[in-house]
Ligand binder design. Structure first.
Ligand SMILES: Nc1ncnc2c1ncn2[C@@H]1O[C@H](COP(=O)(O)OP(=O)(O)OP(=O)(O)O)[C@@H](O)[C@H]1O
Ligand SMILES: [Mg+2]
Length: 590
């Protein structure tokens, strides 16, 4: 395709390129820079100067090189072929680039975002003469074994179907039907939509978030749950488990689609996701997890501007699948590296820095990202959701820095990772005293209806014991635990059972890695039953020393490994075990 040259380069500063003089570029327009046609975006415009951020390495670029106009905003291509694929920050498929150009991405390669030659078996769902609203589903394609891709009319096209092909094999650029709009214009429609990444896709209506995104992680599901369409942040210092937690959620959450954005993190971690996920089988459908996953990799060695764009690319893909009626979860690892890209670009633009050198618009950009989450009624009257889970990596684990603080204002779940828990190898290192979820109240009716009416109250009782433990520990630190009365010693012991037996969860154990809600509740009940029985023994004057006989506390801690997820009837044996332990002590000491 021929593009018009609308200016020549005047100055270059890292990823930022200037064009001097009056030009006819538009704000936000996608441009090609230099003979190599590097992809860029117009980010500031005056009558004297046009500023462009370039998504690729700019070394070797020279003044007076041409800048081409494309006339459109920076966009992503939306069509079958997105899933089970890996892209860079501006939706260039890394696999295909590697095949065509070798393992290092050369610059300015213009490969198509999606395979344009592949023929997809297409089932057409509309008829000639039908009136279609914007966003209507027109065809279905089995994109992977797990997911049916619903091809839709773009959100700005509606009208009568004038002609339509029959079911068959088509590429993403073949015309499937023509639409005659109310103005009488005939528009050909393919499977493909193009959408500017910085504009949210429209929906019919937003619902309050009142269904949980179930992750199989006990501390999340029962203590600090996130809703479908909700937002959460995982802040944590170096090595505390941000990536691991996101991997766990990506593997086990009951979302239909996962978009994993590796943003400025290590390249080998992305490779690991690829390797891990392609081996893993989705327990619900029996399909490989990659069948419902897309990776966006913008690792630490790739250009910063593309990193800035990567989270918008990710969320646009997510919104597209939401529009089909799917529940999508986005993992962004890490938003701090994204904010650093923003800072670097802002520095090059010589903008006035705010706190810690971040630009003044850091907070509004973060808000713009998290606000695109939600549980919605789509234009075609389906229900779908986008949930966002962003990792934050504050330097030195100090949560008072600007990215963590700004993020905290916009997310409703805060899963705070704790350095000392991670050092003690208590994983997941999410601290129960510093984390919170604002969704708990909204989700309580769901838990009552779909899980059990005691789920939330059990959770509250466990958390209360942990809170008690923390205040008792203040005393223990000063004078030791020996002087505590037995009922307080019991609180410490039960809190230990909760921490080791319930909150600690081993990502590498076949049963413990993902635990169904029913088992979570049975575990909570068993711990509370033990507490109740132990309390009545203490009330009768039995010392803690006697209660610890028979290793009952250790046995309850080991339940997570000893009761497989598909043998939940075994919980009855444990109730009996506690009863026997209680009766034994009573008989012996009567
Ligand atoms: N749930 C878990 N179960 C078992 N081990 C875990 C768990 N979470 C974290 N770990 C351990 O902690 C290590 C570090 O975790 P991870 O790489 O996720 O940290 P991170 O916060 O992403 O670090 P970085 O700041 O370097 O990106 C892992 O290699 C793993 O050994
Ligand atoms: Mg990490």
């Amino acid at each position: 395709m021929e593009y018009e040259v609308k200016g020549t380069i005047y100055g270059i500063n890292g990823p930022v390129v200037y064009v001097s003089g009056k030009t006819t570029f538009k704000m936000g327009e996608m441009v090609y820079v230099g003979e190599e046609k590097l992809i860029g975006e117009v980010i500031s415009l005056t009558s004297e100067k046009t500023t462009i951020q370039v998504y690729e390495e700019t070394s070797g670029l020279k003044p007076h090189a041409p800048v081409y106009s494309t006339g459109s905003a920076i966009f992503v291509t939306l069509a079958p072929g997105i899933l089970n694929n890996i892209f860079d920050g501006i939706e260039r498929p890394l696999d295909n680039i590697a095949k065509e150009k070798g393992i290092y991405i050369t610059r300015g390669v213009s490969v198509d975002a999606l395979d344009t030659k592949k023929k997809w078996d297409t089932h057409i769902t509309v008829k000639k003469g039908e009136y279609l609203n914007a966003g209507s589903i027109i065809a279905e394609v089995q994109e992977t074994n797990a997911i049916v891709h619903k091809c839709m009319l773009p959100p700005n096209v509606s009208g009568l179907v004038e002609s339509v092909v029959s079911d068959g094999s088509y590429t993403i650029n073949d015309t499937l039907l023509t639409i005659k709009t109310e103005q009488g214009v005939v528009i050909p429609v393919t499977m493909t939509q193009k959408w500017p990444i910085r504009t949210p896709r429209p929906v019919n209506k937003r619902f309050p978030a009142n269904k949980p995104l179930i992750t199989g992680q006990r501390i999340l599901d029962s203590f600090f749950p996130i809703a479908k369409g909700g937002t959460a942040a995982i802040p944590g210092g170096f090595g505390t488990g941000k990536t691991m937690n996101q991997h766990q959620i990506a593997k086990w959450a009951d979302a239909d689609i996962i978009i994993y954005i590796g943003c400025g993190e290590r390249g080998n971690e992305m490779t690991q996701v690829l390797e891990d996920f392609s081996k893993l089988i989705d327990p619900k459908s029996g399909n490989p997890l990659m069948d419902r996953t897309t990776l966006i990799a913008n690792t630490s060695n790739m250009p910063v501007a593309a990193r800035e764009a990567s989270i918008y690319t990710g969320i646009t893909l997510a919104e597209y699948y939401r529009d089909m009626g799917y529940h999508v979860a986005i993992m962004a690892d890490s938003t701090s590296r994204w904010a650093e890209a923003l800072r670097e670009l802002s520095g090059r633009l010589e903008e006035m820095p705010a706190e810690e050198g971040f630009p003044a618009y850091l907070a509004s950009r973060l808000a713009g990202f998290y606000e695109r989450a939600g549980y919605c009624k789509t234009l075609n009257e389906n229900e779908g959701s986008v949930s966002i889970i962003g990792a934050v990596s504050p330097q030195g684990g100090d949560f008072s820095e600007p990215v963590t603080q700004s993020t905290k204002r916009f997310v409703r779940c805060f899963w705070a990772l704790d350095k000392s828990l991670a050092y003690a190898r208590h994983f997941p290192a999410i601290h129960w005293l510093t984390s919170y979820s604002d969704y708990l109240l909204d989700l309580t009716p769901w838990y009552n209806e779909n899980c059990s009416t005691d789920f939330v109250s059990n959770r509250n009782r466990l958390l209360a014991i942990l809170n008690n433990e923390s205040s008792l520990m203040e005393i223990v630190k000063l004078i030791g635990s020996d002087v505590l009365p037995d009922d307080q010693k019991l609180t410490l012991e039960i809190a230990r059972v909760i921490r080791l037996g319930y909150l600690q969860q081993n990502a590498f154990h076949k049963d413990d890695t993902c635990v169904p809600l029913e088992k979570q509740n049975l575990m909570m009940r068993t711990i509370l039953y033990l507490e109740e029985k132990a309390k009545s023994l203490i009330a009768l004057g039995m010392p803690m020393r006697i209660l610890k006989e028979n290793d009952i506390f250790e046995k309850i801690i080991a339940i997570k490994y000893d009761i497989p997820n598909d043998k939940l009837e075994m919980f009855d044996d444990y109730t009996k075990l506690i009863d026997n332990w209680y009766n034994d002590i009573m008989n012996k000491n009567a």
